[in-house]
Design a protein around this ligand. Structure first.
Ligand code: NAD
Length: 417
């Protein structure tokens, strides 16, 4: 697969740094940098106006050494095999860091869901699932929501799979509605994990969460829950910015009020009366203890990294920091908790959903939260321990932990034939 200048190439660059630290042998290096399975399917759909459209879909199982593939399904016009493969690789490392028994996978369909009706989306979902049906399953590969897919889409995935095998199989997919085998606490799990990563970072850096100041970019699922749970620890969330603007209050924003305000104001915090306006640009310059990017990728670049004055950056979003900006921050002593650790609460709760579905026995929300707490703390300690051992940054350390776990099991399993 072509590497340079591609998303997959970016993944390989991160891999290489960690693999060198581990002195990974060439054979294992080759296996871990090659996708195991890449499936390309064509999905013909009759559109509402009678036209037939053919959509291209992908499912990549990057590495399934530790267990079934795990990874979302993305609906977007820019989906490509390169992107899906890189995302599947990152899922491999994220599952390994989280220490859940899953490999890494990802799916995507090239489409513009904003221009499609609900019926067209359902038809596309069902056809896509039918096309990849032999490759997925509770023991094989377990999809989840991603960009532009949600609990309803997961319900269609589950139903289509169940119709094909002839019985209800809830554990084929996670991120389902709670009524349909979804897990309590799953919706909040990524934000809860970000809160735990922030709290553990504070302990690591000798900061007191009760006095900490925090700025958050994004007030969607991850940003809003992170802000809410961190505020509950006594920290001050002094600034939040999103797609429309931002709000600042040195005394700390009232997150509970913001949670009511945003849904009634185009899902934005902009114009909130309990603070002054602030731009996304200025949010990144704030002198705070914690900066939490929880919106989009590539938000911290060499353009704004030199102006960052936070003591720590906790990556709630996937890929919010470019490699150059990350290196710059690390050199300046900013503690960066990488995405594959900081937002791994989501995949950990997905694992809990799969376990509960297979068990047929469902946990209370506090049981889910307690287990998530334990897993996140273990993951944080494994990564910070590795960072200390090799005197490396937390991102490289997370890769080292992940690659070491997958490599160890690959060696134990040995070569087939
Ligand atoms: P979301 O759609 O619920 O929220 C996205 C937020 O980003 C919104 O507040 C939106 O206003 C803001 N935003 C959009 N464009 C922006 C812009 N140009 N400038 C500033 N803010 C902007 O999404 P989410 O589920 O909260 O996901 C956020 C990030 O976390 C993504 O990178 C996602 O991949 C990652 N993530 C999410 C989960 C999960 O369980 N939801 C798990 C792991 C990682």
């Amino acid at each position: 697969m072509a590497a340079h200048g591609t998303i997959f190439g970016a993944m390989l660059e991160e891999f290489d740094v960690a693999a060198r630290i581990l002195s990974l042998e060439p054979g294992i290096w080759k296996i871990l940098t090659t996708p195991k399975r890449q499936i390309i399917v064509s999905c013909p759909i009759q559109m509402d106006d009678g036209r037939i459209e053919v959509f291209t879909g992908y499912r990549v199982q990057y590495n399934i050494t530790l267990g079934p593939g795990k990874g979302g399904i993305r609906y977007h016009p820019d989906v490509s095999l390169d992107e899906v493969s890189a995302l599947a690789a990152w899922m491999t490392w994220k599952c390994a860091v989280a220490h859940v028994p899953f490999g890494g996978a990802k799916g995507g369909v090239i489409c513009d869901p904003n221009k499609m009706s609900r019926r067209e989306l359902e038809a596309l979902t069902r056809r896509y699932v039918a096309e990849i049906i032999d490759a997925i399953g509770p023991e094989k590969d377990v999809p989840a929501p991603d960009v532009n897919t949600n609990a309803q889409v997961m319900a269609w995935v589950m139903d289509t799979y169940s119709m094909h095998v002839g019985h209800t199989t809830t554990s084929v997919v996670t991120g389902k509605p709670v009524e349909l085998g979804g897990s309590l606490g799953r919706r909040e799990a990524t934000g809860r994990g970000v809160m735990i990563a922030t709290r553990e970072s504070a302990a690591h850096l000798g900061l007191d969460m009760k006095r900490a100041t925090v700025a958050v970019q994004g007030f969607g699922n991850v940003g809003s829950i992170s802000a809410q749970l961190i505020a509950q620890l006594g920290s001050k969330i002094v600034a939040i910015a999103d797609w429309k603007g931002g709000v600042y209050n040195a005394k700390g924003l009232d997150i509970e009020k913001l949670l009511e305000y945003a849904p009634a104001h185009e899902h934005s915090v902009a114009g909130f009366p309990g603070g002054d306006p602030i731009s996304n640009e200025d949010l990144f310059k704030m002198e705070v203890d914690f900066l939490i990017p929880a919106a989009l990728e590539n938000q911290i670049t060499m353009k704004n990294a030199p102006g960052i004055r936070a003591k720590a950056v906790i990556e709630g979003a996937n890929g919010p920091t470019t490699p150059e900006a990350h290196e710059h921050l690390h050199k300046r002593g900013v503690f960066v908790v990488p995405d594959i650790l900081a937002n791994s609460g989501g995949v950990t709760a997905s694992y809990f959903e799969w376990v509960q579905d297979r068990y047929g026995y469902f946990w209370t929300e506090s049981e889910v939260n307690d287990r998530l707490e334990a897993k996140m703390v273990q993951a944080f300690n494994a990564v910070s321990g590795m960072a200390k051992k090799y005197n490396i940054d937390m991102r490289t350390a997370a890769y080292v932990v992940a690659i070491d776990r997958v490599a160890t099991v690959t060696r134990m399993r040995g070569m087939y034939a």
